[in-house]
Design a protein around this ligand. Structure first.
Ligand code: 5AD
Ligand code: SF4
Length: 469
């Protein structure tokens, strides 16, 4: 009999990928995914621990689920409640203790053993599962090869964990040490995704450009991401390759060169810098200076002139002064971002920066700096989007729109572009004449029906991000 599975996902794309893989693991057990918790036989909360209020959000969601579960039990039915992801990893015991109605708590490295965990639950009333192991064998080797169709734009995890230990970040503790999947396994999964209809693949990893997968056939040196991109670009039907999230230190020569040589490698890179102050970068243990970052960006743009960038910023890191913050604004002005995320620093339990008790920045100061930074970043984003008006850009139509006759796609620079287009064009790249820019999307009309080639790097003019500020 079919059972209903609802997975609620918070956080990064890695979690989105993991949720899809959990569904793949549970499918042979009869679980089919549904859109909401109502009437679900199993609900999994796939959680994120990166910034504050993570566990409060989980506990308030659990409160709602507890009522749903009670309702089902009065009807004689069972609802399994599970907490997965990084909050589960970091606070597993506390969740088990505080929420006795939660049946399973398991960390990000354990999804392959979901069938065993479910079997354990089925064995007896009162059985509960807490699994926050970091197993020696990689979960990737144990996950099923088959994946449910992922649509036109698919995620593919190639790397997990992090050895960088930025002093503000929980990832090295919740996701564990850096691990790269072998090149052969990645290529095989990419081929399956493309065979299932994917035209764009986003390679995922907490430190994706640190990927160094064993070469296929286990001969020769490990591959880097540049080499992998070149190989994937050879897969027939795969038009676009993206990767996220990157660390500036791992942006090696070959990957930079690949941006100039592989048209399928999209000209939009998320390259978090966090701060523009050398003092703060050192305190964050980022291991590079602001000028190193500027140089990397310059080299990437030299390789691919239309490259646009996105970043993450933290304001109010312990000890950050007005002068440090001014350096961040200066860096933003110098680089010119197409889009970016910015956050107030929040102390994460167990991280070195959280222990800097006397040096924490005032909440009001953090608010002020965040507002100033976001104002600048928003202005850059608007200017970047405006620079597209009047141009014709290739758009990969990857979803149906809300209105009939409308398809949604993305430009090479990740801008969302809704267009009036016949449904048969879903999955193809079309040329769209951009007529207007909004803060978060572009408006346009189909220039020429049918598929179009992905732009060659040399054929695309440089985008004028410099004009933003
Ligand atoms: N406080 C604020 N922002 C954080 N990030 C990670 N840890 C923290 C923290 N403790 C941000 C970083 C990172 C993004 C995913 O989340 O900018 O790049
Ligand atoms: Fe966290 Fe990224 Fe630093 Fe790793 S490189 S510790 S994931 S911020």
């Amino acid at each position: 009999m079919k059972k209903k599975l609802f997975i609620k996902t918070w956080g990064c794309q890695m979690n989105v990928y993991d949720s899809a893989r959990m569904a793949d693991v549970l499918a042979p057990l009869g679980y089919q995914t549904s859109d909401g918790p109502e009437g679900a036989d199993m609900v999994i909360l796939n959680t994120c621990h990166i910034r504050e209020k993570a566990s409060e959000k989980v506990f308030s969601e659990l409160g709602r689920l507890r009522r749903e579960k009670a309702l089902r039990e009065t009807g004689g039915e069972r609802m399994i409640i599970a907490v997965a992801g990084c909050v589960a990893q970091a606070e597993g015991e506390e969740i088990m203790a505080r929420a006795p109605y939660v049946d399973m708590v398991f960390g990000p490295q354990t999804y392959h053993s979901l069938p065993e965990m479910v079997a354990k639950l089925a064995r007896g009333a009162g059985e509960r599962v807490l699994n926050t192991d970091f197993p020696v064998e990689s979960k990737f080797d144990l996950l099923p090869e088959e994946r449910a169709p992922q649509g036109v734009s698919a995620f593919l995890s190639i790397q997990e964990g992090c050895d960088k230990f930025c002093t503000f970040c929980v990832v090295p503790y919740t996701r564990g040490a850096e691990f790269s999947r072998p090149a052969g396994a990645v290529i095989a999964e990419a081929r399956r995704l493309v065979a299932g209809g994917a035209r764009e693949i986003t390679l995922l990893g907490q430190n994706v450009n640190a990927w160094h997968g064993a070469a296929p056939g286990e001969t020769g040196a490990a591959w880097g991401l540049g080499r992998l991109a070149r190989e994937l670009a050879g897969i027939d039907g795969l038009e676009r390759i993206r990767y996220t999230t990157s660390h500036p230190l791992d942006m090696d020569d070959d990957l930079i060169a690949a941006h100039g040589e592989v048209p399928a490698l999209m000209p939009f890179v998320h390259l978090p810098v966090q701060s523009g102050s050398d003092r703060i970068l050192a305190a964050m243990n980022r291991k590079h200076r602001a000028d190193d970052y500027r140089r990397i960006v310059e080299r990437m743009r030299a390789a691919r002139p239309d490259l646009a960038l996105s970043s993450d910023f933290i304001v109010g890191f312990p000890g950050e002064t007005d002068a440090d913050f001014a350096e961040t604004l200066r860096l933003v002005g110098d680089v010119g971002y197409a889009q970016a995320y910015s956050f107030k620093y929040s102390p994460r339990p167990g991280t070195p920066a959280a222990a800097a008790a006397g040096r924490q920045v005032d909440e009001a100061v953090k608010e002020e700096r965040l507002a100033a930074l976001q104002q600048l970043l928003n202005a850059q984003q608007v200017a970047f989007n405006q620079s597209m008006v009047g141009r014709t850009v290739p758009v990969l139509l990857d979803r149906r729109g809300r209105r009939a006759g409308q398809l949604l796609g993305r430009s090479p620079w990740m801008q969302s572009v809704p267009v009036e287009a016949p449904g048969r064009l879903l999955g193809s790249t079309v040329e769209v004449e951009i007529t207007a820019a909004r803060a978060n999307s572009l408006a346009g009309t189909l220039a020429a029906a049918g598929t179009a080639a992905v732009p060659q790097p040399s054929a695309v003019e440089a985008t004028v991000v410099e004009a933003a500020v």
